[in-house]
Write a protein that binds this ligand. Structure first.
Ligand code: NDP
Length: 347
């Protein structure tokens, strides 16, 4: 009998970062698809920072299969929209099999769809041609409207979102400076993504290096991390600079409200007001209706023409999902974090 292997939430992690006891691996008997459903086998599982937010805020409950977007392959179908062998984008979560169909209602704006793997590798639906690419496109291109010659600074610049921001900014003729957490990542951001400079946030003279790399100040800041990196960027912002506030990952396990408040008050108000800085909160879901088609058309062409590259950090085996998730949240990933759960479908 085929069994479904699943990671379930074992405790409600209301504070801090993930710990060993958060997830439990189990097996259940495989469900047969009902009418208007298809059974799918997970190929790639996407690990994303927002999953920790769901767990911390109680959207996921103890015993739930952990949520996660996936690429999977249809193994049995009773749904007119899917046939056996189709490779699809869906939301199986942290498990080896999942059902897809009209009565599976979790998907929100991320509707399941059949992928054309002759155009791009299936995994790109979870990265450069998926939510992460659209996040970069929406925050940089739509919100901040970069102009040639402007200085764009991107934090977590080698990560799933950041690598796309760097390359779109380059395509728009900007001068790009990345911020990352290791020298290897710096080399990648400059040599492979084409940034003019990249600074290791852990270097003892990080603040001076950043200032030197931005001699004309910063016109656009794409914020992925918050905390000390944000504080180093703020004094360098030019008048009428634009910020896309995409994420604050350094704070996702920080429950010290007093220190968080102090940080915002110290750094935010004076800089934003005096220099008329435009701060744009970013939620990718708000851009799907108006920009997803335009994004997919442009980004697919850039990828196909070799103008945009993508780096994936692939962990093998579902059992490694918690380890990979923890590493990603703490900067141990190098590129978009994926778990390969079963063999990739042939292109
Ligand atoms: P990444 O692939 O960029 O991985 C996370 C990266 O964050 C790490 O590799 C690390 O990069 C950096 N990081 C981790 N801890 C710290 C820290 N303490 N200080 C500074 N940097 C740290 O993840 P994603 O591309 O998936 O997500 C990037 C950001 O985008 C996240 O904040 C996420 O929440 C946000 N996001 C927002 C969306 C929206 O709609 N607004 C949609 C999707 C993502 P390094 O070591 O190189 O610094």
């Amino acid at each position: 009998m085929t069994m479904n292997q699943q990671w379930r939430l074992a405790r409600l992690p209301v504070e801090g970062w993930p710990t060993d006891g958060d997830f439990v691996l189990g097996r259940t008997e495989l469900s047969e698809p009902a009418e208007n459903q298809a059974l799918t086998k997970t190929t790639y599982l996407s690990l994303d920072p927002y999953q920790w937010g769901r767990r911390r805020s109680g959207v996921e409950e103890i015993g739930d299969v952990c949520h996660g977007r996936t690429v999977s392959q249809v193994v049995k179908s009773r749904h007119a929209g899917y046939k056996e062998g189709d490779v699809i984008f869906n939301t199986n979560g942290w498990q080896t099999y999942g059902l897809v169909g009209e009565d599976i209602s979790e998907f929100g704006y991320m509707h399941p769809r059949v992928l054309d793997t002759s155009q791009a590798p299936a995994s790109t639906a979870l990265g450069v041609l998926g939510m992460l690419g659209l996040t970069a496109y929406s925050g940089l291109y739509v919100q901040c409207q970069p102009k040639p010659g402007e200085t764009v600074v991107v934090s977590a610049a080698s990560g799933g979102v950041g690598q796309n921001v760097v390359q779109i900014a380059k395509l728009k003729g900007c001068r790009v400076v990345g911020i990352v957490g290791s020298d290897d990542k710096c080399d990648f951001v400059v040599d492979s993504l084409g940034a003019q400079a990249c600074i290791n946030r852990k270097a003892p003279d990080f603040i001076e290096q950043l200032r030197e790399a931005c001699p004309d100040g910063i016109d656009i800041y794409f914020e992925n991390v918050g905390g000390e990196v944000f504080e180093a960027v703020l004094p360098l912002l030019n008048s009428r600079a634009r910020i896309s506030l995409c994420g604050l990952i350094s704070q996702y396990g920080n429950d010290d409200a007093a220190s968080n408040h102090a940080r915002w008050q110290k750094t935010g108000a004076s800089v934003f007001e005096k220099r008329q800085v435009q701060v744009n909160g970013l939620f990718v879901g708000n851009f799907v209706e108006d920009y997803q088609s335009q994004f997919l058309e442009e980004m697919s062409a850039w990828v196909r023409d070799g103008l945009v590259h993508y780096k994936e950090d692939i962990w093998h085996g579902l059992e490694r999902a918690p380890e990979a998730f923890d590493a990603m949240l703490k900067g141990g990933n190098f590129g978009k974090t994926l778990v390969q759960v079963s063999d990739a479908p042939a292109a």
